[in-house]
Design a protein around this ligand. Structure first.
Ligand SMILES: [Zn+2]
Length: 244
């Protein structure tokens, strides 16, 4: 088998692997950030519930204060009632007391509603805490896997890049590597194609029978007339390659 052809086939498989690894490595920061975001939103849910509890407590305190104030007002009216001289004055005070008592009842209703709200807020907080804990656990696991994968990818990339350099220097024909790069650049990253049943496997254009017979030998560099990709017979390799 032509040794340059053999190297190009390997080079193509390495380049596809490098492309895939780089794509995944590029995505890593974004995915990592999305994990942070997920946690932040669970934390925000908990914070919101806690804020609601705070404002509920403040309102309850306010209403309780209002009730106390009104009660002391009522007791003042009662004191004044002892000292009034006319029925009109007495009735006026009585009216004030009734009005104040009505106010208290209304505030007590509001207070009761707030107390019920506080109960449901407590369970809201509990749910938010459970959610946050679950999310934290999930995110930690996902991040661990992601970081492991990223580490593997970086190591893999490094070793592919090294092997690529070795292959590049081992190709004997000077113009072959630039030609490979040119075709790869213009043909969607693929410069080497298998030929099967007289057809270029990538561009699907038919290969002339005499040319196909030559390709089957794998002993020279022959390009597809249609796409310029370098062709080879996948069933006649010295040893198996990882060819996409
Ligand atoms: Zn072709």
């Amino acid at each position: 088998m032509n040794s340059d052809l053999k190297q190009l086939i390997r080079l193509q498989s390495i380049d596809l692997a490098i492309q895939e690894l780089r794509a995944r490595i590029d995505k890593f920061p974004g995915i990592s950030k999305a994990l942070d975001e997920k946690l932040r939103s669970a934390q925000a849910g908990l914070e919101t519930a806690k804020e609601k509890v705070k404002s509920n407590q403040a309102n309850r305190k306010k209403f309780e204060g209002e009730i106390n104030n009104t009660e002391s007002k009522i007791s003042k009216y009662r004191d004044q009632m002892m000292a009034v001289k006319t029925n009109d004055e007495y009735r006026a005070l009585q009216h004030e007391i009734e009005h104040a008592q009505k106010g208290i009842r209304k505030t007590e209703d509001d207070l009761l509603n707030l107390m019920m709200e506080a109960e449901s807020l407590q369970s809201e907080i509990k749910t938010a805490e459970v959610c946050l804990k679950e999310d934290q656990q999930r995110v930690n696991e996902e991040r661990k896997l992601l970081e492991e994968e990223n580490k593997r990818d970086l190591t893999g990339l490094e070793s592919y890049v090294k092997e690529r350099q070795e292959i590049a220097t081992s190709i004997s024909s000077d113009d072959l590597l630039p030609r490979y790069e040119r075709v790869r650049k213009h043909r969607g990253g693929i410069a080497v194609a298998a030929a099967r049943n007289e057809v270029c496997e990538i561009c699907k254009v038919r290969i002339r029978p005499q040319v196909f017979q030559e390709i089957l030998k794998n002993d020279q560099i022959i390009a597809c007339d249609a796409c310029q990709r370098i062709l080879y017979d996948p069933n006649n390799l010295d040893h198996p390659f990882e060819v996409a």
